[in-house]
Ligand binder design. Structure first.
Ligand SMILES: Cc1cc2nc3c(=O)[nH]c(=O)nc-3n(C[C@H](O)[C@H](O)[C@H](O)COP(=O)(O)OP(=O)(O)OC[C@H]3O[C@@H](n4cnc5c(N)ncnc54)[C@H](O)[C@@H]3O)c2cc1C
Length: 408
């Protein structure tokens, strides 16, 4: 007999939303997560020694266009806790100085190129080809290319254009851009702690095999668990590994999907120790980091915090701290707290959507779902939307009217 009706592997927002939909459908659900905390790429890092001051080491902003996420937050009573983000500007960091975004814009080229928005098809194009056309090649080189790189924390030229921004309806009753009192991690925490959901953290799934009509999951500690249905919500390389024992066709379809590794540096300073005026963050044109996001969107009387995102393995910790401090007029030795963490994001490439279609074809008719940030796009809402459609494939339509409205 199965230990659980449904097991979800991966406790980032994709797995948590899959588990949420399942629990709300009255299904006995267990969520397994390798790390000791929920949230994956959503990791609001709080410093006890600094009165709980926190900085986002990963995802930092949700929007009122995140309809499926908002539906879940509403059900858990989290929607009333959203905090408005103060408007601050991003700056370019180029040739060792901070410059206004508009300084890099070529307005004439933009005016000539923009009508292409109505003519040029996004589907099947790489970001560099599509946006180079509709914004102009010089605008792409000097401004939008670096900006897109900073959004996906990696080279964005080869990304499929349709995976970068998707237009979604906005909810007028919700703040346009928001965070939470303890940072975005309040959302995964709220989902994980809801009644009815069983969670196991620090638990890595190693191998999946068939067990009759269901699945057997071998955990790193040697334990085996059985479930009738299974959802994988792990990065593409981990999904490939896990699928190979149970659905070789599905594993084959995604065998060469890449993952970009990101060395994220979080630094906190007393306010007086940072020279730069309040900013939303930095878009790097030619520095070793790709982007920086500040905590200035929720000002604190004592501290300021920054997360700098570097391509992994290129600089050592001290070099990263120096590069970051140069960009915000601060000194590494003045930092009140420093941590280094590793982030991972899918490295989507042209032809990606065909691989997703092949994976979906291999999954059709099975009791196995696969979700993540490598289907529709990398945003938090893209993850939740994929989890919702996979839930509906495995368990049928979601009946709750609030959630149906959110899917809009
Ligand atoms: C620096 C950064 C900034 C971002 N900013 C934003 C933003 O502002 N707004 C936005 O919408 N999006 C943002 N994103 C994107 C968004 O945060 C992510 O795409 C999303 O959180 C990914 O969720 P996920 O659950 O698909 O994957 P992950 O968060 O990667 O979760 C996967 C989980 O699976 C676990 N796992 C892996 N293998 C196993 C295994 N074998 N057994 C058990 N568990 C396993 C991992 O430990 C991990 O917790 C940002 C991302 C980054 C990195």
């Amino acid at each position: 007999m199965a230990d659980h009706t449904h097991i979800v592997i991966g406790g980032g927002i994709s797995g948590l939303s899959a588990a949420h939909y399942s629990v709300h459908a009255g299904i006995d659900t267990l969520l397994l997560e390798a790390a000791e905390r929920p949230g994956g790429c959503i990791q609001s890092t709080a410093f006890d020694q600094l009165d709980g001051f926190w900085v986002e080491a990963g995802g930092h902003t949700c929007f009122n266009s995140y309809g499926n996420l908002l539906g879940i937050m509403e059900q858990l009573g989290l929607l009333g806790l959203t905090q408005a983000k103060a408007k601050r500007s991003y700056k370019l960091w180029v040739e060792g100085e901070r410059r206004g975004i508009l300084s890099a814009l070529h307005p004439l080229e933009l005016a000539v190129s923009l009508p292409g928005l109505f003519r040029v098809k996004k589907e099947g194009k790489r970001v560099v080809d599509y946006y180079g056309k509709v914004l102009g090649s010089k605008n792409y080189r000097d401004l939008f290319g670096p900006a897109f790189r900073s959004v996906v924390c990696q080279d964005a030229d080869d990304f499929p254009a349709e995976a970068l921004f998707r237009k979604k309806p906005r909810r007028k009753d919700v703040l346009r851009a928001f965070t939470m009192p303890g940072g975005l991690s309040d959302i995964p925490r709220g989902i994980a702690e809801q009644p009815g959901l069983t969670t196991r953290f620090g638990t890595r799934a190693e191998v999946i095999t068939r067990d009759g009509d269901g699945f057997e999951i071998a955990l790193q500690d040697g334990t085996r668990l059985r479930s009738e249905r299974l959802t994988l919500a792990v990065p593409p390389d981990a999904a490939h590994e896990l699928l190979s024992g149970v659905a070789p066709d599905a594993a084959d379809a995604i065998r060469d999907l890449g993952v970009a590794e990101i060395d994220t540096l979080v630094m906190v300073f007393e306010r007086a120790k940072v020279g730069v005026d309040e900013i939303a963050g930095l878009i790097s044109v030619d520095a070793p980091f790709r982007s920086a996001v500040s905590r200035d969107f929720l000002a604190d009387a004592h501290y300021r915090g920054f997360a700098f995102h570097f391509p992994a393995g290129q600089l050592d910790e001290r070099e990263r701290e120096q590069a970051a401090c140069q960009a915000i007029d601060a000194r590494p030795d003045d930092a009140a707290a420093i941590i280094h963490v590793r982030n991972r994001l899918p490295a989507l490439r042209a032809g990606h959507m065909e691989k997703v279609k092949a994976l979906d074809a291999a999954l059709r008719g099975t009791r196995l779902a696969v979700t993540g940030n490598w289907f529709l796009g990398v945003s938090i809402e893209d993850c939740v939307t994929r989890s919702r459609t996979e839930h509906e494939r495995l368990f049928g339509p979601i009946a709750n009217p609030a959630l149906s409205a959110a899917a809009g």
